[in-house]
Design a protein around this ligand. Sequence first.
Ligand code: CO
Length: 132
Amino acid sequence: MTVDHVAIVVKDLEASLDLYTGTLGFTQVYRETIADQGVEAVGLEAGGCVLELLLPLDETSPIARFRGDAQSKLHHTAYRVCNIEAELARLKSAGVRLIDEAPRRGAHGNRVAFLHPKSTQGVLVELCEPRP
Ligand code: CO
């Protein structure tokens, strides 16, 4: 398995960019609005993986409520798959609870789907099929 990205939900994106690109020295590789997830996302290069900062576009959304008053909080880990429909079907038949029965659109046109944290020991897991 390959980790595609690790996502952190933040409260103040510019302050988080100051920390990650300024103080810590990460390089920004993309910044885009992901309408399907209701977030602005910034990707930071992290050795073949990406650290993704997520700013909720709506402070009443579930992701904003998950973060609460924290400055930032680990939101999900994402694993790369070749065929997301096949992997969702395999996991569903193995009894894994799915948040997304069908893929939705992630950053830069990737196809993504979330598994329910009740089936993944409390950490939200995303499957990610990179755009060909
Ligand atoms: Co993600």
